[in-house]
Design a binder for this molecule. Structure first.
Ligand code: FAD
Length: 402
């Protein structure tokens, strides 16, 4: 099998990987290779019929010339849509962005990443070895789907994570219990109900945090453009005021750790977009409740709730989110994984989103512990791509020689 070399290899062609590749290719003489099936997490692991929760500006994938906007995409394709942006339109936009900015993306999956005297050795799924001086992990959250321990023993036909489904229509006529109180659980509840499933949602939280409700509408619209802009950054992450801080990771990361943690929690607590409320009118949502026991009964599962009630359902759908733990990236060699300084599964990143391993960068949700909750959203790709470009153009030499 052949062997190739590169200055930078990017693992993952979602919004962060695409944006990073587009930006880094502006550095003269730098060879940048992008690997992965473009937009595949959005295409395979999110439900048909979903809408994006982020607003219009926060749904743009940043490019170095500000040319590849949603508006330009609409004009190029002769189509119109607005917010909430439908999932299929966002995927089409991402694929159009890829064709425009990174037409030579390599669709292969990378199966192994390990240290090498010249930087890193990476294996593609056909066993070709690629040697690169730098690697940017832009592999998203797919590996971190969180299944609470109480559901671990159940077979997949009885319990599955929301990320395992593309088409919820297959549950038509079935009784489904959705666990969780965030956007994914609530939207799954609505889509299941609309698909003809008998659905109920159970959430530990005692209330649903609705986004885009009366208070935020007032601040956005009634207090005028100026006040709204003062309180909310275009990145659209976090409530009034906090949104501006979250949009500035360089500032945020200088705050005491405890304050950063509190802001992160506040900015990304489980919440549902207000436009979901009417779609959930026929879906019972039990709040402040959790599952205490599950038992397989033939083809179904019996679930006991902490209020003493029981139900027997065809399927449990876990809208229980994602827990970052970089050691779960299957391609990461155990030795390299252990060399990355971590906290609670998150890598401790320094300037340039670089890990404790020289030349190894991580972008997207795993960067949130170091650079704040902006990194969990598409709108954070602008910041990530800028700092990567600054870092790599500033030291466009082998990180091993630093
Ligand atoms: C249901 C749901 C709804 C969401 N809605 C929004 C929203 O409205 N707005 C928003 O900003 N964010 C939203 N998010 C968060 C969203 O996941 C992130 O904003 C976004 O995906 C970050 O982009 P990324 O490039 O880091 O990750 P991804 O889009 O996940 O891209 C990573 C890519 O890497 C690929 N990959 C992984 N391993 C390998 C490998 N070994 N070799 C090659 N390729 C690999 C994956 O296949 C994937 O395509 C949502 C998340 C979920 C789960």
């Amino acid at each position: 099998m052949g062997m190739t070399t590169s200055d930078v290899v990017i693992i993952g062609a979602g919004p962060y990987g695409l944006s990073a590749a587009a930006h880094l290719r502006t550095i003269p003489g730098l060879e940048v290779r992008l690997f992965g099936e473009p937009m595949s997490f959005w295409d395979r692991n999110m439900p048909v019929g979903m809408f994006l929760r982020s607003n219009w500006t926060a749904t743009q994938i940043a490019d170095p010339n500000g040319r590849l906007t949603l508006e330009a995409f609409q004009a190029a394709k002769g189509i119109r849509f607005s917010t909430p942006v439908p999932l299929d339109r966002f995927i089409e936009y991402g694929l159009w962005y890829q064709r425009e900015a990174v037409p030579d993306v390599d669709h292969r999956k990378l199966t192994r990443l390990e240290s090498h005297p010249k930087g890193f050795r990476i294996l593609a799924d056909d066993d070709e070895a690629i040697y690169s001086r730098r690697v940017i992990i832009a592999s998203g959250i797919g590996a971190f789907a969180w299944r609470p321990p109480e559901f671990k023993g159940l077979p997949s036909f009885l319990a599955s994570h929301t990320s395992e489904h593309r088409d919820l229509q297959k549950f038509a006529g079935k009784r489904v219990l959705v666990i969780g109180g965030g956007q994914s659980a609530l939207e799954s509840g609505a889509l299941l109900c609309e698909s003809g499933a008998e659905v109920e949602v159970i959430a530990r939280s005692t209330r649903i945090n609705w986004l885009g409700g009366w208070a935020s509408k007032t601040l956005h619209q009634r207090l005028g453009r100026f006040t709204s802009r003062l309180l909310y950054a275009p990145t659209d992450v976090g409530p009034a005021g906090i949104s501006q801080l979250v949009a500035r990771p360089d500032l945020l990361r200088r705050l005491p750790r405890g304050v950063q943690d509190r802001l992160r929690k506040r900015a990304v607590r489980p919440a549902g977009a207000r436009w979901l409320a009417s779609r959930l009118q026929n879906v019972p949502v039990r709040l402040g409740r959790s599952v205490v026991a599950v038992e397989v009964t033939g083809e179904r599962v019996k679930v006991r709730i902490d209020d003493g009630s029981e139900r027997t359902v065809d399927h449990l759908l876990l809208g229980t989110g994602y827990h970052v733990d970089v050691s779960k990236y299957e391609f990461l060699s155990p030795e390299l994984g252990q060399s990355i300084h971590r906290f609670n599964g998150y890598p401790r990143l320094k300037e340039g989103l670089e890990t404790s391993v020289a030349g190894l960068h991580i972008v997207g949700a795993p960067a949130a512990w170091s650079f704040g909750p902006l990194m969990q959203f598409v709108s954070g790709a602008r910041y990530a791509s800028h700092v990567l470009t600054r870092c790599i153009s500033g030291k466009n030499t082998s990180p091993q020689k630093k």
